[in-house]
Design a binder for this molecule. Structure first.
Ligand code: FAD
Length: 365
């Protein structure tokens, strides 16, 4: 972990602000991290991955999140793609695809459509069997990392159920168009993907047809939520570091900002936020690593707690930095925009609350 952390710190350097402003990450950097297995660190070693447990992967994700949320978002997509292959694919598919995802090829995952956001039962993408091929028709929106991806994991309807299909981004009939000017994570390569009669070998469908849509979606989202939760811990750590440095050194009214109690309150709130989010993530990772039955609810809890704290914490950080952080490209300005989106993706605040309430209701006898 220490080696990977030092290496990614060196690779990112002080360039995250420039990437945010230009809306692009260097593809060679993504391929380099991918080839080192560092974009999806949980892939087992037998499939060419690093085989890290959830806790170690989480700490690495938090570190990348503290440097650059766009890069962390690409990691989340790659990890979600790998996890989906690992969980839904058969052994031949795992052997064929996972080594590609740990050797520099990049992947994105698509559920969302214009009419299917929070309510994914509205998915209208069709995967149709035609002889020994399948044909995919649909239109996905907001696919993180799709602009960079070689492989797209696309969820759609198939027969009486649902399926996930692996689509090469350069297959005939695939049209990828970048989302213009996203609010945050601006270099994460969000794109719309249109699939017009994309014909693929039948074994592109992960694990065969006819799975339940909620099962498919829950599988992929569980990984995404864990990764976003740790990424939010990273946002909080970056905000805490920037604000404490600033508040200790800048003086107003004859003393450091940190000595003004209303500013100190912001610092205390940020510290509490970072600690609470870290503990919630550690708890959820512990559940993952033990295969505990409450792993799903622990993950939703971690995602909800971390995203909410990151959004509020980043706003406090901008408040403490004031004009010093109020410019595009500054870490806290980026954090402020990036963190807000974390309350929307992988299950919005409201969807997480509904799931947590459901859990609370079923736990009460
Ligand atoms: P809507 O579903 O229209 O919801 C609008 C508001 O209503 C939200 O606040 C929501 O919480 C609330 N709401 C909806 N239903 C209820 C309810 N029953 N009760 C209470 N409140 C409700 N999708 C992918 O497939 N792959 C990706 O990689 C991906 N990356 C993304 C990256 C970013 C930066 C963003 C912004 C989105 C991304 N998405 C991706 C899409 C994302 O999953 C959706 O935006 C999200 O699920 C919410 O859907 P929506 O935007 O259509 O909002």
């Amino acid at each position: 972990l220490a080696e990977a952390t030092a290496s990614v710190t060196g690779l990112v350097g002080d360039r995250a602000g420039d990437w945010d402003r230009s809306g692009l990450l260097p593809v060679e950097l993504l391929r380099k991290l991918g080839a080192a297995g560092q974009l999806c660190t949980g892939v087992p070693t037998e499939y060419g991955g690093l085989g890290w447990d959830s806790r170690t992967s989480g700490e690495f994700t938090a570190h990348v999140g503290s440097l650059c949320s766009s890069l962390r978002s690409v990691m989340t997509s790659q990890g979600m793609a790998a996890w989906t292959v690992e969980r839904l694919g058969d052994e031949a598919q795992r052997r064929a695809l996972l080594p590609r995802l740990t050797s520099g090829e990049l992947a994105a995952v698509g559920f969302s459509e214009s009419q299917a956001g929070s309510d994914l039962s509205g998915i209208d993408t069709r995967i149709t069997v035609d002889g020994d091929t399948v044909v995919v028709d649909g239109h996905k929106v907001w696919m993180t990392a799709a602009h960079y991806a070689d492989l797209l994991i696309v969820f759609g309807r198939m027969g009486d159920g649902a399926a996930a299909v692996v689509v090469p981004a350069r297959a005939p009939g695939v049209h990828v168009q970048r989302v213009a000017d996203p609010l945050g994570c601006r270099a994460a390569g969000h794109a719309e993907v249109r699939l017009d009669s994309v014909r693929l070998p039948a074994d592109s469908v992960l694990g065969g047809e006819g799975l339940s849509l909620p099962l498919l979606v829950t599988t992929a989202l569980a990984y995404g939520r864990m990764s976003v939760a740790w990424g939010c811990v990273g946002i909080l750590r970056a905000c805490l570091a920037a604000t404490t440095r600033h508040a200790a050194s800048r003086e107003q009214f004859g003393q450091p900002l940190a000595r003004h109690q209303l500013v100190a309150k912001h610092l205390a709130d940020l510290f509490v936020a970072e600690q609470v989010a870290s503990r919630a993530c550690e708890h959820a990772s512990h559940r993952w690593d033990n295969g505990s039955p409450d792993m799903v609810v622990a993950t939703i809890l971690a995602k909800h707690v971390s995203a909410g704290h990151a959004a509020r914490g980043a706003a406090s950080a901008v408040q403490v930095m004031a004009s010093a952080g109020a410019q595009d490209g500054h870490p806290v300005a980026r954090a402020y925009r990036d963190a807000k989106l974390m309350e929307i993706i992988e299950g919005s605040n409201e969807m997480c609350e509904l799931l947590l309430a459901q859990h609370a209701l079923t736990s009460v006898e």
